[in-house]
Design a protein around this ligand. Structure first.
Ligand code: NAD
Length: 352
C-alpha cells in the first residue's frame, strides 16, 4: 500500500475527426471574443483554416513559435497580443506552439484553446519550460494549464513518419516514468498502461498506412493519456536527462526522448521491477528496454545521441550536469552510472 495525493486536471477535451470546426463554439463557450491565433510555422495553410473557422473572433496571428519556448519569441508574441487586445489564444501545432500559448497565458491570464498536431502531450500539463540565454527553466502552475484541448485526428494524418515515431515515444516516456513516480496512484497507473499499449500498437501499424485514422486516433489518445500522467505526477531520470541534453547541448526534443528512453528504463529497471514488468506486459514483452529500442529501429527513429549531433567529448559534462541536482528516481544517480548510461545512448547500443 502507498499513500498518494491526486488532483484531476480541469481541462475540457474535445476529441474526434474534423473537430477543428468546433474551435469557434469552444472559444464562445469560454466567453472570449478576441483571439490571437498561434500557428506552427511548418504547417502551411492550417493557420489560415483555423483563422477562417474563428471568423470575426480572430483579431491577430503569430507564426513564430520555436522549440523550448525562447523568452525573446514570447516577448514578440506578447507585444502583438497586447496590440490587438486578445483575451484568448488558439494554438495549432506541436509542443512548441503549445509552449508559446502557455507562456502567454501565464503572463496575461488569457484563455487557451489548443489543437495539437504532434504527440507531445504538453496541452494537458500545467508545466512550462522556457529558455533564456541558453538556460532552460521549468515551472508549474494551474494558470499554465490550457482551458480546452481540441484533438482533431485529421491534423496529424500527414505528420511525417520520422516525427510521428519520435513524438509518440516522447509521449510513451511520460507514461513510463509515471509508473515508477514516487507519487504514482491508481488513476495515473491505468492511464499510463493504456497509453503505452495504444502507442506501441499504433507505432507498429503506422508505417503500413500513415493516414489510417484509427492508428492516428490511438496515437493521439495515447498522447492525451500520457500527457495527463506527466501533468499529475513527478518525472524521473529520463525527463531530467533529456532536459539537460536539450537545454545545455541544444539536442532536438522528441528525438532525444526517443534515444534516451530504452537506456533510462534499463538503468532504473533493477530498482523498479514491478513497474518495468507492467510496462513489458503493455508492450507484450518480458524485456521492456530492449523492446523500446527495437521499436525505434522498426519505425526508423534515431537510436543514438551521436546521430543527433552530441560530441563524444560532451559526454562527461552531460553526466556531471545530470548528476548535479538530486531528484526522486528509483535507481541511485551516480556520475559513473550516468556516464555509462549516456555512453550506451550515445553509441545507440541495444540495452541488455
Ligand atoms: P515541435 O512543436 O517543435 O514540432 C516539431 C516539428 O514538427 C516542427 O518542425 C513542426 O513544424 C512539425 N510539425 C508539427 N505538427 C506537424 C504536422 N501535423 N505535420 C507536419 N509537420 C508537423 O515539437 P514537439 O516535439 O511537438 O514539441 C516539442 C516542444 O514541446 C519542446 O519545446 C518541449 O519542451 C515541449 N514539451 C513540453 C511539455 C510540457 O508538458 N511542458 C511536454 C512535451 C513537450
Amino acid at each position: 500500500m502507498s499513500d498518494f495525493r491526486y488532483t484531476a486536471g480541469p481541462t475540457r477535451v474535445v476529441f474526434g475527426s474534423h473537430t477543428l470546426a468546433d474551435v469557434r463554439p469552444e472559444v464562445e463557450r469560454l466567453g472570449r471574443t478576441r483571439v490571437l491565433v498561434l500557428a506552427d510555422p511548418g504547417l502551411g495553410t492550417l493557420g489560415d483554416r483555423v483563422r477562417e473557422a474563428l471568423g470575426a473572433l480572430a483579431v491577430g496571428r503569430f507564426d513564430g513559435a520555436a522549440m523550448h519556448t525562447p523568452v525573446a519569441v514570447t516577448e514578440q508574441a506578447l507585444a502583438l497580443l497586447r496590440e490587438v487586445g486578445a483575451d484568448c489564444v488558439v494554438a495549432v501545432g506541436g509542443g512548441s506552439t503549445t509552449g508559446l500559448a502557455k507562456a502567454l497565458a501565464v503572463r496575461t491570464g488569457v484563455d487557451q484553446v489548443i489543437l495539437p498536431t504532434t504527440y507531445a502531450g504538453s496541452e494537458v500539463t500545467p508545466v512550462l519550460g522556457e529558455t533564456d540565454g541558453g538556460i532552460k527553466t521549468t515551472r508549474s502552475s494551474p494558470d499554465i494549464l490550457p482551458e480546452t484541448v481540441i484533438y482533431d485526428v485529421e491534423l496529424s494524418r500527414g505528420l511525417p513518419l520520422g516525427i510521428t515515431a519520435t513524438s509518440a515515444i516522447n509521449a510513451m516516456a511520460h507514461a513510463v516514468e509515471a509508473l515508477y513516480a514516487p507519487d504514482s496512484n491508481p488513476v495515473t497507473d491505468r492511464l499510463a498502461l493504456e497509453a503505452i499499449e495504444r502507442i506501441a500498437r499504433a507505432l507498429s501499424r503506422v508505417r503500413v498506412d500513415p493516414t489510417d485514422a484509427d492508428v492516428r486516433a490511438d496515437l493521439l489518445t495515447g498522447a492525451w493519456l500520457a500527457g495527463t500522467c506527466l501533468g499529475a505526477v513527478g518525472m524521473g531520470l529520463h525527463h531530467k536527462l533529456c532536459h539537460t541534453l536539450g537545454g545545455a547541448f541544444g539536442l532536438p526534443h522528441s528525438p532525444t526522448h526517443a534515444v534516451v528512453l530504452p537506456h533510462a528504463l534499463a538503468y532504473n529497471a533493477p530498482h523498479a521491477q514491478d513497474a518495468v514488468r507492467r510496462i513489458g506486459e503493455a508492450l507484450g514483452t518480458t524485456d521492456a528496454p530492449a523492446a523500446i529500442h527495437d521499436l525505434l529501429v522498426e519505425t526508423g527513429a534515431p537510436t543514438s545521441l551521436r546521430e543527433l549531433g552530441l560530441a563524444e567529448s560532451d559526454l562527461a559534462r552531460a553526466a556531471e550536469l545530470a548528476a548535479a541536482k538530486p531528484y526522486p528516481n528509483p535507481a541511485p544517480l551516480t556520475e559513473d552510472g550516468l556516464a555509462g548510461l549516456l555512453r550506451a545512448a550515445w553509441a545507440g547500443e541495444r540495452p541488455t
